[in-house]
Design a protein around this ligand. Structure first.
Ligand code: ADP
Ligand code: MG
Length: 301
C-alpha cells in the first residue's frame, strides 16, 4: 500500500517509527507536510499538490497533525477524504478532540466519567463558578494549553478567585475543574486502537508537582489497568469518533475519570514504557480497515 504520513517533521520519533513500521511491512511511506500542500477544490476531481506534483494513488493516511496547525492540517486531511482515501482518524474527529469544551460535552453526553468541570470566558460571578464545581482545591486550565502549561492548582478559594481573574484579564477561555487529589499526581495514558486498549502506562509527576506530563519531569512506567478503565478508555475514543487515540485517565474514588483524549498520541513514551511495537499495530489496523472502508463518502460537519 501507499501510506501518507501527515507530519511536519520527519525527524520526530513518532514519524520515524511510523515510516519504519510501514516499510517493514512492505508498504511505501510518504511523509507529507500539510502546511506545504495546496489544494484544488472542485466537484469533478479534487486534488492536492505537494512539491510541485499531484498527490495521487494513496491508500491510507496517518494524520499526525500538530495542535498548532489543526485548522489547515484538518483541511488537507479532509481533502484526502474527499478523494476517498482512508484515514486512520477522520478530520472531523480530530477537530472535535482539539476543542476541550466540545470533547467534554461529547463525553458527558455518552455518560463517560470525568472530573466535575466548569467552563467560562468572562464569568460575572466568580465565587458562584467556584461553588458550582464544588469549591477549592481546584484545577484551573487555559483552554489552549498543552504539555501542562496553563494548568494551575488553586488550593484555596481566594487563590482560585485570583487565578480566574488573572486569566480573565488575559481574555482567555478557561476550564475550572475538581481536583482529583487521590490520583496522587499520576495519570494513566491508555493507547486505543480500534476498540481495544493495546498499551497503557502510568505517568507519575515529579516530587512536589501535581502535573504528570513527561515534559514537566514526570516519569512513565508500565501499568495493568482494570476492566473498568479499559471500558472507559474505549468508550471515550468512540465518543470522539477516533480509531487511534491516547486517552488520559485519573484514578479517583468514584472510578476512572477521563481528562483528555488525544488524537495524535506520541509513540516514544508509550513504546519505551511498554516495549510494544505500537507503530506496527497502527499499520496493522490500516491493513485491516483501509481496503474494506476506503471507498466511501464521509459526512462533513
Ligand atoms: P495538558 O493538555 O496541558 O496536558 P491536562 O489537562 O492533561 O493538560 O493536565 C496536565 C496534568 O495535570 C495531567 O496530566 C494531570 O497529571 C494533572 N491534572 C489535570 N487535571 C487534573 C485534575 N482535575 N485533578 C488532578 N490532576 C489533574
Ligand atoms: Mg495532558
Amino acid at each position: 500500500m501507499k501510506i501518507g504520513i501527515l507530519s511536519q517533521n520527519e525527524n520526530l520519533y513518532s514519524t520515524r517509527r511510523l515510516r519504519q513500521a510501514c516499510e517493514e511491512r512492505g508498504h511505501e511511506a510518504v511523509i507529507i507536510n500539510a502546511l506545504r500542500c495546496y489544494m484544488n477544490i472542485n466537484s469533478v476531481q479534487p486534488s492536492i499538490h505537494f512539491e510541485g506534483s499531484d498527490l495521487t494513488g494513496f491508500d491510507a493516511i496517518i494524520p499526525r497533525i500538530g495542535s498548532d496547525i489543526t485548522f489547515y492540517g484538518c483541511s488537507v486531511l479532509r481533502q484526502f477524504e474527499m478523494m476517498d482515501v482512508f484515514s486512520v482518524n477522520q478530520s472531523i474527529a480530530i477537530s472535535r478532540s482539539r476543542d476541550k469544551l466540545r470533547s467534554l460535552q461529547l463525553l458527558s453526553r455518552k455518560g463517560v466519567g470525568m472530573p466535575i468541570t466548569g467552563f467560562a470566558s468572562k464569568p460575572d460571578d466568580v465565587p458562584d463558578l467556584i461553588k458550582m464545581v464544588g469549591g477549592a482545591p481546584l484545577v484551573i486550565k487555559l483552554l489552549e494549553g498543552t504539555q501542562g502549561i496553563g494548568v494551575v492548582l488553586a488550593e484555596t478559594q481566594k487563590a482560585a478567585e485570583s487565578v480566574i481573574e488573572a486569566f480573565m484579564g488575559l481574555k482567555a477561555n478557561i476550564m475550572v475543574q475538581e481536583f482529583i487529589e487521590e490520583a496522587g499526581g499520576a495519570d494513566i495514558r491508555c493507547f486505543v486502537i480500534g476498540d481495544k486498549v493495546i498499551a497503557a502506562m502510568k505517568r507519575q509527576a515529579a516530587d512536589g508537582e501535581f502535573r504528570s506530563n513527561l515534559h514537566r519531569g514526570g516519569s512513565a512506567t508500565l501499568i495493568r489497568i482494570s476492566p473498568e478503565e479499559r471500558k472507559t478508555a474505549v468508550a471515550a475514543a468512540k465518543a470522539m469518533g477516533l480509531s487511534v487515540a491516547g486517552v488520559d485517565l485519573l484514578r479517583s474514588k468514584r472510578g476512572p475519570l477521563v481528562m483528555e483524549v488525544n488524537s495524535s498520541p506520541g509513540l516514544e513514551g508509550i513504546e519505551s514504557a511498554t516495549g510494544k511495537d505500537i507503530a506496527g499495530l497502527i499499520v496493522e489496523y490500516i491493513e485491516k480497515h483501509a481496503a474494506k472502508k476506503g471507498r466511501r463518502r464521509l459526512p462533513f460537519q
